[in-house]
Design a protein around this ligand. Structure first.
Ligand code: SF4
Length: 272
């Protein structure tokens, strides 16, 4: 699973990482990372735009398709576009889609009722509510809240303390949405697997839980740093940190085998 494909990319590595491509050592061996790097100008922080031709190129690169492949796909699409519609077949497809939708909504309700899901969305809300009123003052003192927003910060403000605080805040802000999203995905996957009695160690939900646990651990360390550097924030920050600790306990209880999942690239011998 760690072996790069014929173009040098490690298959599925982007599914089980922290998505911080700007600091990832696999950026040139990952289809998603390669697109990310090409979208950002090294000197001017310019991110690739969303023009149709830009999206077309990104899709090609992500899927590893050639111009000929894209032309063939377009051809097939046009052929189907011109085919006469069978009303019976259309009705069957609509009914199947409606049934699929009903099952998804039922699954969403089951996931929303899980304690982990409630913890993930509560954490998301708490971090947003904590950060929003402080954002302007953080930025005024030179704190860099996003990796791509550091260009305008005067050198004089870049003290070691501010740099460490910036790093901690970036970790918290990066992971607070990711933790919520990963919890949803791993719970959905686990419920489906329970229905099908599929409990494979190398399942997507187990790998997603491993990434989620890593995000929770790193966020707890980041909150410790924030509280150490900004002791006046302890009263508001400690309950948020405590929620993470409980979330970690729950993750261990619901996904006891997550640690055994082998992530492509990252968990290869020497991958770290
Ligand atoms: S594996 Fe690395 S380069 Fe690829 S998406 Fe994840 S963080 Fe980005």
């Amino acid at each position: 699973m760690h072996t790069p494909d014929s173009e040098g990319y490690i298959p599925f590595i982007h599914n089980y990482c922290d998505r911080r491509c700007e600091r990832c050592r696999f950026v040139r061996q990952c289809r998603v990372g390669a697109v990310e790097v090409d979208d950002v100008g090294e000197d001017d922080d310019v991110v690739g735009d969303e023009r149709v031709e830009d999206l077309h190129d990104r899709m090609k690169k992500l899927l590893g398709l050639s111009d000929e492949d894209m032309a063939a796909m377009e051809e097939v699409r046009k052929e189907h576009e011109d085919e006469p519609v069978d009303p019976l077949e259309e009705a069957r497809e609509e009914a199947a889609m409606a049934e699929w939708q009903r099952q998804q909504e039922e699954r969403d309700r089951q996931v929303d009722a899980q304690p982990l899901s409630v913890m993930g969305s509560t954490y998301l809300d708490l971090v947003r509510a904590w950060n929003r009123p402080r954002e302007a003052s953080f930025m005024a003192r030179g704190v860099q809240l996003h990796p791509r927003m550091g260009m305008g910060i005067p050198v004089v403000q870049r003290t070691p303390e501010v740099l460490v605080l910036s790093e901690a805040l970036q970790e918290v802000l990066w992971f607070h949405t990711m933790i919520h999203v990963k919890i949803q995905r791993e719970l959905h996957g686990k419920l489906e697997a329970d229905d099908e009695e599929d409990n494979a160690l190398q399942s997507d939900w187990n790998g997603t839980a491993k990434v989620c646990i890593d995000g929770v651990d790193r966020s707890m360390i980041a909150w410790d740093t924030i509280i150490e550097l900004l002791p006046e924030e302890a009263d508001d920050a400690l309950p948020i940190r405590e929620l993470l600790r409980r979330m970690r306990q729950e993750l261990d209880a619901v996904f006891p085998d997550a640690h055994a999942f082998i992530r492509p690239g990252f968990d290869a011998p020497g991958g770290g």
